[in-house]
Design a protein around this ligand. Structure first.
Ligand SMILES: [Zn+2]
Length: 263
């Protein structure tokens, strides 16, 4: 089973494939780490929710140049280092093992392991089947070296990788196989809105080091038009603001949120 949900307005793309046993993965660290949570607790009582805010840290954005792939790669390598440091600490605090995703920079449509990633989708996709963050550096993306969208989309997709490492995606997949229609969409939105919340919490932790201002935040808040897979525009804003205000995964338990907040 393959379920693909697309973020509209040329932002994120998420693909999630079925049946991915995640236990027993060979991780780099933590022989004493607790097992990856399974069952309802993976969603409702995930140890990540007990870890508090991300520590404030520096993550300056290296300059990019239009149509210069090398400068974009350097920019993203830097961002991925920031995300790795931030999430590694959260997993350590949660007593869970963490390993970063594989990363592939692409410039045209490819098969990712989670379906075809079209250049027209733009931005980024996380494929749990191969733990890979696919980042599309399309002509359009390369023409906007000042934009903030790439930063926030990669932070969102990295949030899906954190969900994967924390057992959240595996439980999501298990449940999804028994759900259809509205209930399946409800669960999909809880996954997506949590990734939004995670991304805003991370961005808050590095905000003071970024040369960004209120306009960038406002643009982010208004970038995404909602859809039935990602939630209403209003709820996307709600979870971005909640992640920002809370500053960490503890603010992002979308699985216990009322239906109205994940509509
Ligand atoms: Zn997503």
């Amino acid at each position: 089973m393959i379920r693909i949900s697309l973020r509209t307005a040329a932002v994120a793309v998420t693909a999630v494939v079925g049946a991915l046993p995640l236990t027993g993965a060979a991780d780099a660290s933590g022989a004493s780490a607790r097992p990856v949570p399974t069952g309802p607790g993976a969603l409702m009582r995930n140890p990540l929710y007990a870890t508090g805010a991300f520590r404030s840290s520096a993550c300056t954005e290296p300059a990019r140049r239009a149509d210069d792939l090398g400068s974009y790669r350097a920019y993203l390598d830097d961002l991925l280092g920031c995300l790795r440091r931030a999430w590694s600490e959260k997993f350590r605090q949660a007593g869970l093992r963490f390993s970063p995703p594989r990363v592939r920079y692409i410039t045209k449509s490819v098969y990712t392991g989670c379906g075809q990633f079209m250049a027209s989708y733009a931005a980024s996709l996380y494929c749990p089947a191969n733990k890979t963050l696919w980042i599309m550096l399309s002509k359009e993306e390369l023409s906007d070296p000042r934009g903030f969208g790439l930063f926030t989309v990669v932070a969102h997709e990295y949030g899906h990788h954190a969900q994967d490492r924390a057992g959240i995606l595996a439980e999501f997949e298990r449940r999804s196989r028994t759900l259809s229609g509205k209930r399946a969409l409800d669960l999909n939105r809880r996954i997506e809105l949590q990734a939004d919340c995670f991304s805003a919490a991370f961005v808050r932790s590095v905000w003071s080091s970024l040369a960004r201002d209120r306009r960038d935040w406002d643009e982010w808040l208004t970038a995404d038009e909602g859809d039935m897979w990602h939630g209403t525009t209003r709820n996307i804003r709600y979870w971005l603001k909640r992640g920002w205000a809370g500053g960490g995964p503890q603010a992002c338990d979308t699985f216990r949120a009322p239906v109205s907040k994940v509509a």
